[in-house]
Design a binder for this molecule. Structure first.
Ligand code: 5AD
Ligand code: SF4
Length: 446
């Protein structure tokens, strides 16, 4: 989501004369788009600000013009005041719901009667998506498209309902038009984004409310769009239509990130997840009936307040039963303002660390096994950029695995069969199966 928002921030700034630079030394404006989800991400903001400060000062000395240092995103939303106290050289603070107002904000900070500092963390009544310019920042063959924002679920560990605000869905026409433009600009794979994306309920062209399944069916019409994904989902919103869409819409990829957070019913309840582990198993079973080749991914939190050894073992058991392709796991960190932050019965830091290591060992062994299963198979790969080495290109399988092959840059943007030859924890290596290589192998075999 932050990658998507950063691109849109660049789109808003372009008409004001700004363009993207790779070098902090050349920047007339620096925007740190921040994440507040865990404490570690938040702390990083302050170290990054310290690192960028000398660049701002040097450039201001050189040019005699103000270099705007901005903090955007959810840390800005949650900690606007604290940022200006801890880093008084920050000129601008704005939350994720106000970046369409950047032209006014920048005008106030530049020119004759410039304001010393501006903090804009409102939840404006107008919808930012109605005011954003069309996207001009090129996303390439794999693109993000934000369809939903915010969350009304209030899991007790999570800051999202406070930083991103209430659940909101864009309308179908706006989304469809953006998808068309993305495909025109070369996108073949689109990931529909939202903090609670499967809660999507946008207004359709018929004036009725459409769910995510109906939206994906509509997007499936778009010629040139070959792959559709969505992220991040909540088990409670995996409704019948959506599960069925996995079987009926071939463009919907057989890969789903469906965070469960914990395998213990007691902890799920304390987290206010509003579902049991059995409901999660049931959803997966029904998904597999629709799409037997579906691979699953999840997020896990270890050491939530009150988590016992048995609760943790329940998580390990859930992981063994589901078998994931890739997962993200974190030690619980108390976030200011959430109900979790007031809970007693905290789990000791060393216990959290030890559990995280055990969980990650198990998840890694599943990930490596999943990748190794691909060896010898031919799978379709969407090439999206050059590889690290010369003559190498990088792509993604339907399961989002990174693949490196020897190949010409001309193939970027194409979906091509690749025979997988090697697999590591984080990527695959393969060879392009052209009609010639297939033919020559057939000949050899003959
Ligand atoms: N502590 C640890 N992990 C968290 N996440 C969200 N809030 C917290 C927290 N307070 C994790 C969840 C979520 C992912 C994006 O971040 O696993 O799915
Ligand atoms: Fe946070 Fe997701 Fe729970 Fe919403 S559903 S509160 S975004 S973890």
């Amino acid at each position: 989501m932050n990658v998507y928002d950063s691109n849109r921030i660049a789109d808003v700034l372009k008409p004001l004369g700004y363009s993207l630079t790779e070098n902090a030394e050349d920047a007339d404006m620096m925007v740190l788009n921040t994440c507040h989800i865990r404490e570690k991400a938040t702390e990083k903001v302050f170290s990054d600000l310290g690192r960028l400060k000398p660049h701002k000062e040097k450039r201001e000395d050189q040019t005699g013009e103000r270099v705007i240092m901005a903090v955007a995103g959810c840390v800005a939303q949650a900690e606007g005041k604290i940022i200006t106290q801890r880093a008084p050289y920050v000129d601008l603070v704005f939350g994720p719901q106000t970046y369409h107002q950047l032209p006014e904000m920048v005008a106030k900070l530049t020119g004759e009667r410039q304001q010393k500092r501006l903090v804009n963390t409102d939840f404006p009544v107008e919808e930012k998506f109605d005011f954003l310019p069309e996207e001009t920042t090129h996303q390439g063959a794999s693109a993000f498209l934000s369809i939903q924002e915010g969350c009304d679920k209030f899991c007790t560990f999570c800051v999202v309902p406070y930083t991103r605000g209430a659940e909101y869905s864009r309308n179908v026409k706006q989304i469809y038009d953006e998808a068309l433009r993305l495909v025109d600009a070369g996108a073949r794979d689109i990931t529909l984004l939202g903090q609670n994306v499967n809660a999507f309920h946008g207004e359709g062209p018929d004036g009725k409310i459409w769910g995510l399944a109906r939206l994906m069916e509509k997007l499936s019409d778009i010629e040139g769009l070959e792959r559709i994904r969505y992220m991040t989902s909540h088990p409670r919103d995996m409704d019948y239509d959506l599960i069925r869409a996995h079987g009926e819409l071939p463009k919907v990829m057989p890969f789903l990130h469906l965070p469960v957070q914990s395998g213990s019913d007691r902890i799920l309840e304390a987290m206010n997840r509003k579902h049991s582990r059995d409901l999660y198993f049931d959803i997966i079973e029904r998904l597999k009936k629709q799409r037997p080749d579906i691979a699953l991914s999840s997020d896990f939190i270890v050491g939530f307040p009150g988590e016992t050894e048995q609760d943790f073992e329940d998580t390990m058991d859930l992981v063994r039963r589901v078998g994931y392709s890739v997962c993200y796991s974190f030690k619980y960190s108390a976030r200011p303002g959430t109900p979790g932050a007031a809970m007693q019965n905290l789990v000791r830091e060393d216990v959290k660390t030890e559990r995280l290591i055990r969980l990650q060992d198990l998840l890694q062994s599943q990930q490596i096994a999943f990748n190794q299963k691909m060896i010898g198979q031919t799978t379709s790969v969407l090439f999206d950029r050059k590889g690290r080495e010369d003559g190498q290109i990088h792509g993604r399988t339907p399961y989002m695995q990174a693949v490196h092959v020897k190949g010409n840059d001309r193939l970027i943007g194409e979906i091509i069969p690749v025979k997988i030859t090697e697999a590591t924890l984080s990527s695959l290596t393969g060879e392009i199966e052209t009609s010639e290589t297939i033919l020559s192998k057939d000949n050899q075999a003959a």
